[in-house]
Write a protein that binds this ligand. Structure first.
Ligand code: SF4
Length: 330
């Protein structure tokens, strides 16, 4: 709720703060049990920072994170320890996230050993079961990460994440480092595990084709804010925010008739700096629909259709709507 993370910029011998990177700036969203919510946007939009805030790897500058109705934002590490079981993270890089000097048994068994929840014999049995669950062999227990392919390493990372039976998994670009041929296997494995264990996923991604396949709802982020949030079908079929329209115009679609009718929108210019983001609508420096009001007045994230929110003064795919600054549509 209203989640915010500003990283201070310090200069000089006295390390005086001279500004802040507004990585995440007032996000409010919820994720339902068993749901997959994807956070998408160009690099630097704040999606990875959001994932780290949700898993309490970093502290927010403002706002709060609640899990099952409990505010976990400022719990001490001791109070957080039992909850660490509930929220786990899958990392992007299946090469860098596994310690090359540790065996698979040590890597997947680490959460059990840290939480002291099993005997050594129990850990070995549990790890071997997890290896089978993710499509590897119990005989891989004593092997090292370098003996596996990228896809297999991501399976090892997923097995480690599942060890303590989490409720929520935040997956940061879980397949982007993998060959396209392997991506589908890992996505299918994640879906099977979600069904089996009633997992809730927050997936951080930039590949909109993968996101379309895996998500129930999608939040599109730009410069630390949510620009649009909707269920998958509404977002892909009736995008309202010009930024989403531009992102989707670059996604290949199999339907030839629709593909022929579609206009590719090329965004000009770079994403502005999050140190000094544009006034009003943060997207106005790159938006082809921008008008004077966009430069001065920030559009609220408003529900413009049931379950479909967008932050834009002149949204697409809506029947004539006027948005007032309090966020209601008429
Ligand atoms: Fe574009 Fe204005 Fe909408 Fe921002 S508020 S996305 S600048 S039309």
């Amino acid at each position: 709720t209203d989640l915010q993370k500003h990283f201070p910029i310090r200069r000089g011998l006295l390390q005086r703060q001279v500004g802040a990177v507004q990585a995440v700036d007032g996000l409010t969203f919820s994720v339902k049990r068993g749901e997959t919510l994807s956070l998408v946007g160009e690099s630097g939009c704040g999606k990875t920072t959001t994932g780290r805030l949700l898993t309490r790897l970093i502290e927010p500058t403002g706002g709060k994170v609640t899990l099952d109705g409990r505010d976990i934002t400022h719990l001490s590490s001791g109070a957080m320890r039992p909850l660490r079981r509930d929220i786990q993270m899958i990392f992007q890089d299946p090469y860098g996230s596994l310690n090359p000097r540790h065996t698979v048994g040590a890597i997947i068994g680490a959460p059990f050993r840290l939480q002291k929840v099993k005997t050594e014999h129990g850990v070995k049995r549990a790890v071997q079961e997890l290896l089978e669950l993710v499509g590897l062999s119990p005989e891989h227990y004593n092997r090292y990460p370098h003996e596996f392919s990228g896809g297999q390493r991501q399976r090892i990372g997923i097995a480690r994440t599942l060890a303590l039976r989490p409720k929520v998994i935040v997956a940061d670009e879980p397949v982007s480092a993998l060959d396209v041929s392997i991506q589908a296997q890992v996505v299918n494995l994640m879906e099977d595990l979600q069904n089996e264990f009633d997992l809730t996923y927050v997936i951080i991604a930039h590949d909109l084709s993968v996101v379309r396949h895996v998500s129930d709802r999608v939040a599109v982020m730009y410069l630390g804010k949510i620009m649009e949030l909707a269920d998958r079908t509404s977002l892909y079929e009736r995008p309202m925010h010009p930024y989403t329209v531009a992102l989707l115009s670059a996604v290949p679609i199999p339907d030839t008739a629709r593909r022929d009718n579609r206009e590719r929108i090329r965004l000009t210019g770079d994403v502005p700096s999050p140190i000094n983001p544009p006034s009003g609508c943060r997207f106005h420096t790159r938006c082809w629909k921008a008008q004077e009001v966009c430069k001065t007045t920030e559009p609220p994230l408003a529900e413009l259709a049931p379950g479909h929110q967008a932050a834009c003064h002149f949204p697409e795919n809506t029947t004539k709507l006027t948005i007032d600054p309090t966020g209601s549509a008429a």
